[in-house]
Each structure stands twice: as structure tokens, then as C-alpha cells.
Design a binder for this molecule. Structure first.
Ligand code: SF4
Ligand code: SF4
Length: 698
């Protein structure tokens, strides 16, 4: 556990643009996502889906959560194929202290983090910045983007009526709906060398849709009032995120315990007592649907919120009495909710879905006509955002298998229920439309052309038929059970050190914020030299050897690390990469203020390094070329030839100086500035404006 909660520091657009546009060429990655993992549209599959009438090139998205908070996360989600991006939930209390670590992905997925960690104005700016970055990447010509790439953003706002009515949250919502001023200000941050992008047609109305996130235990009348307010006073298409507790205590416990085997997970009675009951939800959804219809707006539901459970593990701080379950078991609970909800409302309301989605069930969720279909827990596993592109390719493979080129046709064909769905329309046996549809189904012809005006009702009927099939199948599917989800990631028993590790690379993509990164550096060996100033001159002694054996080293950019703990879960070694590996601060102010954390701040184009090692503060000034380096620390202020310090010592030292610190700092600095290296640290060190912009605003 680190001594102080880390705060995320938004990164200036100038450096994000520089990094993304140079990294692909230099290293074949963008924000560490390898080119082979970037989503490329097939050109043959029409994955278009609609959210409250707005088209997106695919129903896939990252769920409002750790993957959609920072501008680079949003760009990464788009790069990996997500086309409906749920922006991280914002709320009035924007100075929360979230306990750390806050994400436990050892098995199924638990968390104790629940809303934005940035100030509201910062969140707005990050979301706008992410959208601008995507627009620039699209225009860069470096990526294969569909000719008609359609991307949607969905706001997520919480948690009660008073907060949502507050001027601050209203300003956020209004800012998302007209961000012209922010866009125009940020245009100026696009670096001179990319000035051709300053006049791009950046989106200035990011979203007209909003998903309401409510506290566990929010009274149903409050939920209804909030949605009414959003519909009536904000004129915004609205979705309400509902809780799995709607299934009731008996069914939740039956599914979790008897069906899936998670006997050790306890859902407190209070979770059911305080939450909305099924009939209450049915009633307010009916009323809100009518209200939305009367206003010409969309209303939908989202399944589901996480499930509140007792904190029975020792991962989160003991102060946390409850934690929030996600992942595979939530998929079964949420799918059952979809089934039950559609049992009442049919296909009347659009359903947004987020619960244990991964590459194996995304195509099934698409067959249920769910939209958006968003994911979080799975993207926290090794591969990170790179896992998302496989969701889409698997869906495309399923579409090919059933002979569907677009999503509605896929829905009809996906589970072989097309004929049953057609029967549900009640067409007479001699109806020519029925015959044409049956023929098209059998012969692989165009279903839309065959059905004409009956196509949409046919799709709706197929959605209901598929829901029945899938709810039953996934409830019995052992892949969601405890037996399939109880093995934690492998640990090998060794401990991490500042340099060298297994170099498995897992810590880089599992970080939702892209805070961990790679440094390439040649293996090195150096005698440990200790020097002492005496009257007769410098006394030098050697004591062992300092080695750097691997050519790939791992580091952490503190500005993007919120100490969620996820890289520690998946690192095979003990200690936590974000704690043990070299940490870089983005500003001198953070370097000094976070004085309990070891780390580095590099500035002056790489010639000045501030370092804290084992709590001791050092400063290294490297000469522009040749000349003497200055190296100071506790009790000494030295000058020497940077390539051979022991032979050229000058200056003052009242203590014995361990030159190991010099070599460690120098190696790290050289690794950051090695040929072809692209990192936040290097860009900030090279760009004084960026460093200034990234410093926290007081
Ligand atoms: S570096 Fe590790 S602890 Fe920090 S945000 Fe990333 S995954 Fe979480
Ligand atoms: S720090 Fe851990 S996860 Fe990262 S590369 Fe090294 S061994 Fe792998």
C-alpha cells in the first residue's frame, strides 16, 4: 500500500498528439497497443447498431469505468474497436478519496471504485480531448478506418437528484452537449508540427444520451424523478442503470449459490431491503417510457449495475464493509434480468448491457439486440484493450457462419429461431411475405428485402426468441460458475526489484490508464563505487557489482497511476510494478509533494534529473556535450566527467557517496532518451509547455 492516494493528472493534448502520431512509426504501437491489435473494419460486415436512434459502427463499448476516464483511455477504446464509449460516471462529489487498491481481478472481479477521480471540469476536458484525439488519429491516414466510422459517446451521471440538479453537474451535461469553447481552446494546444489538424471538424456536441447511475439503495421515486428531470428539463435521451437485486433475494441467492456455486459470496439483506423492487421498477419504467414517448425522446434500461456483496476477502482495506461484484456471475444475473424484463415489456425498451462481457459471449449479446454492449472486467485482464478487437472478429465469424452481413439479419439467423420469430408475427400461411421470408431464410437470401415492412417486427420477435434461448443456456453454462473462475493469476514466488524482472509485459496492457511502460536499455554491469573526500584527496573503494541484465525494463508514469492495484494482480512476481518499478512524475511539484514516493522527474530536454531513491533526494545535471556533470544529494555536491566519475571527482562531500545512485539515475535517464523510445516522460521532458500544462492547477 502506498502512503498517499495518487491523483490522476490529465495529460496535455500537445503531448498526446505527439506521442500517438510518433509511436506507431517508431515502435508499431499507439499508447502501447500493438498495431496487430488495432481494430480494422472488415468491409464486409455491417455492425451498425443504434442507441436511442443514433448510429454507431458497432454496439461494442467500454463500460463507464476505469477504461473511460482519461483521454488516452478513450482513444485506446476506439483504437481497439469500441464504437459506443460510455464516459466514466461523474457526480457532484468530485474530491472523493477512493480506497486503494480498488480493483480486485484475482478471480471474478470486485471493485470499490465508483465514480470519476477528476474534478468535473477536468472530466469534461478529458472527454473532449479524447474525442479530439480520435478525430486527429482518424485524419492522420496512419490507420485503416471505415469510410463511415460512426462513434457515439454516452454520458454517465450519478447519483442523486440534488447532485444532478446542481449547477456543477448541469454545467458538465451542458458542456458535453456544447463543448465548442473547450474544443477551440484545445485546438491551440495541437503542436506546430501538426498544425494541419487544428482546423479539423472536431465534434462539439459529444452526446445527447445519458445513463443514470444511482447509489445502491437509491429509492425508486428518486430514480423516477431524476429521469423525469433529464427528459423534461434537459431534453436528453435517458437510460437508467438497474441493480441485479431486482431479481429478489431468493433468485439472486439461488443463481449465485445453487446454480453457479459461489456459496461463499454473501449479499446482505439490506441490499434487497433498500433497493428498488421488481414491481416498482416495472411501474416506473412503464411511466418513464410513456413520458419519453410523449416528448419524442428515448428511454431505456441498463443491465446491470454491479452486485453489492460483503467484503469477505482481504484484498481491499478492512474499512470497506461492502464491495461490488462484476464479471462472470454478474453476466448470468444480468442476463436473467434481461429475460425477466422482456417477459414484461417485450422489445419495447432498448437495453444497454454490461455484465461479464468477453469475446466468448459478445456475439450472443449482439444476437439479443442489446446495445450498447459494454465491457470492463475483461479489459482489465492480460492484453487489456487489445482483447476488444477479438470480440468484433468473433462476431464477424459468427455472422459469416449463419450467412448474415448486418446485425439485424444476424439477430434473425443467430440462434436458428428465425422461423419461430416469423410465426410470432401471426402472418397467414398463405401470406406471400411469410413465404418470401421462409425462402430467404432457407436459401440465405436478403431477409430485409424478403420481409419489407415486416422486417423490424421480425427482428423484434427474434430478439425475444433469442433471449429465451440464451437466458437458459448461459444460466447452465459452467464457464460462469465458481469452478471455472476460482484460479488466481499465477505467481512465481520471486520479488520485483527496480531493475530486471520476468519481462512478461503483462503490467503494460492490464493498466486501464496506460501508466506502465517499457524502457529499452542495453544490459549493463558496473562496479559499485563509493567515494569519500579526505584531506589527501578522494578515497575510492569498490563494493560488488551493479547489474542490469535484461534489455527490457518496466516503468510507471505516476500521473496516470491511481494505484488501482490491477498490475500487481497480474504480475507473476511479488511487490507490484506500480510500487517497485521506476516511477516517473510529470511535474516537479508532484515530485516534491509526493515526497514519500521514490521516483524521478526529468526536465530540460533530459539534461536535468531529479530523483528520490530510498527516500534520499538527488539532482543530476548533465552537460550538453562533453563537460562536467553535476550530481548532488544528501551531504554532497559533486562535479565529474559523466562517463568516468570516479576518475574526475571534484566538489564537496561530507559523507561517503555511493555512486550507484548516479549510475541508476543515469541509466534510467539514458533509457528514456534512447533512440526510438517514445514515452510520456520523454515528451514532457522535451516539451516545457507540456510540463507546465500537466502540472496540477491550484
Ligand atoms: S499502473 Fe498498476 S496500479 Fe497504477 S493505474 Fe495502472 S494498473 Fe493500476
Ligand atoms: S513488472 Fe511484472 S508484469 Fe511487468 S513485465 Fe515485469 S514481471 Fe511482467
Amino acid at each position: 500500500m502506498l502512503p498517499r492516494m495518487a491523483e490522476l493528472r490529465p495529460y496535455p493534448l500537445s503531448a498526446l498528439v505527439r506521442r500517438s502520431l510518433t509511436e506507431l512509426e517508431a515502435r508499431g504501437t499507439i499508447f502501447d497497443l500493438p498495431r496487430r491489435k488495432l481494430y480494422t473494419p472488415s468491409g464486409r460486415h455491417d455492425l451498425r447498431a443504434y442507441h436511442h436512434g443514433f448510429a454507431a459502427s458497432s454496439p461494442l463499448g467500454p463500460a463507464a469505468g476505469p477504461h473511460t476516464q482519461m483521454a488516452q483511455n478513450i482513444a485506446l477504446a476506439w483504437l481497439s474497436g469500441c464504437r459506443i464509449i460510455e464516459l466514466k460516471t461523474v457526480q457532484i462529489m468530485d474530491t472523493l478519496e477512493i480506497p486503494r487498491p480498488c480493483i480486485d481481478m484475482q478471480t471474478i472481479g470486485y471493485n470499490v471504485e465508483w465514480s470519476q477521480e477528476l474534478r468535473l471540469q477536468e472530466s469534461l476536458e478529458e472527454y473532449v480531448k479524447g474525442a479530439m484525439l480520435i478525430t486527429i488519429l482518424r485524419a492522420s491516414g496512419q490507420l485503416e478506418v471505415g469510410a463511415d466510422d460512426q462513434l457515439l459517446y454516452d454520458m454517465s451521471v450519478g447519483y442523486d437528484l440534488a447532485g444532478i440538479r446542481s449547477p456543477q453537474v448541469q454545467a458538465f451535461i451542458d458542456g458535453i452537449r456544447d463543448c465548442t469553447a473547450v474544443v477551440d481552446r484545445l485546438r491551440g494546444q495541437i503542436p506546430d508540427e501538426y498544425r494541419q489538424y487544428r482546423d479539423l471538424d472536431f465534434p462539439t456536441r459529444l452526446s445527447d444520451t445519458l445513463t443514470l447511475s444511482t447509489f445502491h439503495g437509491c429509492p425508486p421515486d428518486e430514480i423516477e424523478k431524476i429521469i423525469e428531470f433529464l427528459l423534461e428539463e434537459k431534453g436528453i435521451h435517458s437510460t437508467v442503470k438497474l441493480n441485479p437485486t431486482l431479481l429478489g433475494p431468493a433468485r439472486v441467492r439461488e443463481l449465485l449459490g445453487e446454480v453457479m456455486g459461489y456459496e461463499g459470496i454473501h449479499v446482505p439483506d439490506s441490499a434487497f431491503e433498500q433497493d428498488t423492487r421488481w414491481q416498482q421498477a416495472v411501474d416506473f419504467c412503464g411511466r418513464l417510457g410513456d413520458k419519453a414517448d410523449s416528448l419524442g425522446l428515448g428511454f431505456g434500461v441498463k443491465f446491470s449495475n454491479t452486485l453489492i456483496v460483503d467484503n469477505h476477502r482481504d484484498f481491499f482495506p478492512a474499512t470497506e464493509k461492502a464491495m461490488y461484484l462484476s464479471g462472470p456471475p454478474l453476466h448470468v444475473l444480468a442476463t436473467n434480468l434481461v429475460g425477466r424484463f422482456r417477459g414484461v415489456f417485450g422489445d419495447r425498451f432498448p437495453i444497454s448491457f454490461s455484465a461479464g462481457i468477453d469475446r466468448h459471449n459478445f456475439a450472443d449479446a449482439a444476437a439479443l439486440g442489446l446495445c450498447p454492449i459494454t465491457t470492463c472486467s475483461d479489459l482489465l485482464k492480460p492484453g487489456g484493450y487489445g482483447r476488444a478487437s477479438a470480440y468484433v472478429s468473433d462476431l464477424q465469424a459468427r455472422m459469416d457462419k449463419v450467412g448474415a452481413a448486418d446485425l439485424p439479419s444476424y439477430i434473425i439467423r443467430a440462434f436458428g429461431r428465425g422461423e419461430a420469430a416469423l410465426e410470432a408475427l401471426g402472418l397467414g400461411t398463405d401470406d406471400p411475405v411469410r413465404s418470401a421470408c421462409l425462402r430467404a431464410l432457407a436459401e440465405g437470401d436478403d431477409l430485409r428485402a424478403a420481409a419489407g415492412e415486416r422486417f423490424e417486427p421480425w427482428v423484434s420477435a427474434a430478439i425475444l426468441a433469442n433471449t429465451e434461448v440464451y437466458v437458459a443456456a448461459c444460466t447452465e453454462d459452467r464457464r460462469y460458475s465458481l469452478a471455472s473462475n476460482q484460479k488466481p493469476p499465477r505467481k512465481v514466488g520471486s520479488s520485483l526489484a527496480l531493475f530486471d524482472c520476468l519481462s512478461c509485459n503483462k503490467c503494460v496492457p492490464v493498466c486501464p490508464n496506460d501508466a506502465n511502460f517499457v524502457l529499452e536499455t542495453p544490459p549493463r554491469e558496473q562496479a559499485i563505487i563509493k567515494v569519500r573526500q579526505a584531506e589527501e584527496g578522494w578515497q575510492i573503494r569498490e563494493e560488488g557489482t551493479l547489474r542490469l541484465a535484461k534489455k527490457t525494463q518496466y516503468a510507471n508514469f505516476a500521473d496516470f497511476c491511481n494505484e488501482c492495484g490491477n498490475c500487481d494482480i497480474f504480475c507473476p512476481e511479488d511487490g507490484g510494478p506500480y510500487i517497485v518499478k521506476p516511477r516517473f512524475f510529470g511535474s516537479l511539484r508532484d515530485f516534491h509533494e509526493l515526497a514519500k514516493l521514490d521516483g524521478f522527474f526529468i526536465t530540460g530536454g533530459g539534461r536535468v534529473v531529479h530523483a528520490r531513491l530510498d527516500g534520499a533526494v538527488f539532482r543530476l545535471d548533465l552537460p550538453p556535450m562533453g563537460g562536467q556533470a553535476s550530481f548532488s544529494g544528501p551531504g554532497f555536491d559533486l562535479r565529474f566527467d559523466a562517463d568516468d566519475p570516479a576518475a574526475s571527482l571534484a566538489g564537496e562531500a561530507s559523507v561517503e557517496v555511493d555512486l550507484t545512485h548516479y549510475f541508476v539515475i543515469r541509466w534510467i535517464r539514458d533509457a528514456v532518451f534512447a533512440e526510438g523510445q517514445v514515452s510520456y516522460v520523454r515528451l514532457l521532458a522535451d516539451d516545457p509547455d507540456a510540463a507546465r500544462l500537466s502540472a496540477p492547477q491550484s
